[in-house]
Design a protein around this ligand. Structure first.
Ligand code: FEO
Ligand code: CA
Ligand code: CA
Ligand code: CA
Length: 523
């Protein structure tokens, strides 16, 4: 210490010690508030209460709910899912929140539900999906976050937004697609753009079926194609969003499938690597290695073969069988699922979210369930790349956790590591299956944690329980790890009667349930 500052230090401490002790006793005690990752949580039991039940150390507040006005023209979408945050300040207490809006619920969105929705009604559904960019700020006194209405950063992406394909790629005669939809989970690139994944895209515009050289159209459940003639091939992609400029593009490089997430890291040589799962029974796990250090426009897509421990390239010029089936590489990418099967990718039990351990670099993958195969409770798979290098083309794997009554969870979905490397995850027992048959013991869905230390180290601790028929999605920690942003998705989704909703969260009474983003913090 410099002599002058040392003297200052000495005089300050002398002043404190000389202070009247009775006066010192009256001073408010400064309590250190630990971060969410430092607490040895008590945990809760499974619950079927129609509310957000939390372990005794925690509290929650609403941050954003469906139809909240973001600007004079735009409002927050329906069924919030994946969350990410891009700080605007060094302190990280102000920034832009990205939230996915996965799917509409006709019963909840439209005032009157008929078998033949009008164009206007379909447009209301189209507006409800996609994603939101919302400027949020933390109040340093209360520790609570609020959103800033009418901020120029607030934007909506919906089923009606026009989004170009990367590399000016032309698909079904067009270089621009109408809308992004089925936005489930996602990722963030090293250059701070958001990746949002189009998962169950066939719900909206159906699917093109290829059978022995013939193609046919499989109708969608929602029937948007009755009003908008958009080809199914325009959906099922990873979409990149710049949260500052609002620019968006659909990447064909990572293939077309029911993309759950796009978890991004770097290979040891600096190339960008994206892991993505195709969330359908017996579909596959993929990895994309970009040719570049700073964009995802071009590179190689691989499918995982777990038995052999290899990443198999999905490229028609280097894989002979693929070369026989596909005329162009774009055709292969559009039919990535078919390509993965030809290349002998391992069929998996619905690969959902993926997270990379911050230290070991092990890749954790939720396999949520595979009911047709009799796997009701799923597992969390761990994949160890050779040399802990995401750029490796060989790996080993093992099961980290298996769902079931003994382990205390079923149907793992979203994953998140905190700064102490505790693993947090949410469960996704389908709304209509909760509290029934095999799922009875688990009651409502929950938020869980596997602590690395404390009395429950290595065990699964339930941190929160979700409102009736809902699912917690998109867990994301604020930069100071003192807030956990969490989506409450599809509360009351099995409701059939507007006088008798299955959930009344968040407003209680006889109210209609509203999907919302909450903020969880320590009491
Ligand atoms: Fe949208 Fe696979 O969860
Ligand atoms: Ca999911
Ligand atoms: Ca799910
Ligand atoms: Ca969901």
């Amino acid at each position: 210490m410099e002599r002058r500052s040392f003297l200052k230090f000495i005089s300050a401490t002398t002043a404190v010690s000389a202070m009247d002790t009775s006066f010192a006793a009256k001073l408010p005690k400064l309590k250190y508030k630990p971060s969410l990752s430092e607490v040895d949580y008590e945990g809760i039991a499974f619950s079927s209460e129609d509310s957000v039940v939390l372990t005794k150390e925690l509290q929650y507040d609403l941050l954003l709910k469906w139809q909240d006005a973001l600007t004079e023209k735009e409002s927050f979408g329906f069924n919030n899912d994946y969350i990410n945050f891009v700080p605007l300040t060094k302190a990280g207490t102000e920034g832009i929140l990205w939230v996915n809006h996965e799917s509409p619920d006709r019963f909840m969105i439209l005032d009157h539900v008929s078998n033949k929705p009008t164009k206007e009604e379909i447009e209301k559904e189209m507006y409800s999906v996609g994603g939101s960019l919302v400027h949020i700020k933390k109040d340093n006194k209360t520790g609570k976050w609020t959103y800033i209405k009418n901020s120029p950063y607030n934007r909506r992406f919906s089923g009606l937004s026009l989004i170009p394909f990367a590399n000016n790629e032309e698909i079904m005669g067009k270089t621009i697609a109408m809308g992004t939809l089925g936005n489930c989970a996602g990722g963030k690139t090293p250059w701070n753009t958001i990746l949002t994944c189009e998962e169950n895209y066939d719900l909206f515009y159906g699917e093109t079926v290829h059978n022995e050289g013939m193609t046919s159209h499989l109708k969608s459940e929602l029937g948007w194609e009755n009003f908008y003639d958009n080809p199914p091939e325009h959906y099922g992609w990873v979409v990149e969003i710049d949260p500052i400029s609002g620019e968006a593009k659909k990447h064909t490089s990572m293939g077309r499938m029911a993309h759950e997430c796009a978890t991004t890291t770097r290979a040891k040589d600096g190339r960008v690597v994206v892991y993505t799962g195709d969330d359908s029974p017996n579909e596959h796990l993929y990895k994309f290695i970009s040719d570049s250090h700073d964009n995802l426009n071009k590179g190689m897509l691989y499918v995982a073969n777990l038995e052999a421990g290899v990443w198999v390239p999905l490229n028609k010029d280097i894989h002979m069988e693929l070369g026989k089936h596909f005329t162009t590489q774009l055709e292969l990418l559009i039919q990535a699922r078919a390509a993965a099967k030809i290349a002998k990718g391992t069929p998996l039990d619905r690969p959902e979210d993926i997270e990379i351990h911050p230290i070991s670099k092990d890749v954790f993958i939720s396999l949520t369930n595979n009911k047709p195969k009799g796997n009701y409770h799923g597992a969390i798979l761990k994949l160890m790349e050779e040399n802990a290098d995401a750029g490796s083309l060989t790996f080993k794997h093992e099961y980290f956790l298996t769902g079931g009554e003994e382990s205390g969870f079923s149907c793992p979905d979203n994953l998140a590591f905190d700064d102490q490397y505790n693993l947090w995850f949410t469960s996704d027992i389908a709304g209509g299956s909760q509290n029934k048959k095999q799922y009875t013991p688990f009651k409502n869905n929950g938020l869980f944690m596997v602590p690395v230390k404390g009395k429950n180290a290595g065990k699964v601790v339930q941190i929160a329980s979700a409102p009736n028929t809902s699912e917690f999605t998109g867990p994301y920690f604020s930069p100071d790890y003192r807030t956990l942003f969490l989506s409450v998705q599809h509360p009351g989704e099995t409701s059939k009667d507007k006088d008798n909703f299955v959930s009344h969260w968040p407003n209680g009474g006889n109210s209609k349930p509203i999907p919302s983003v909450i903020q969880i913090s320590l009491k």
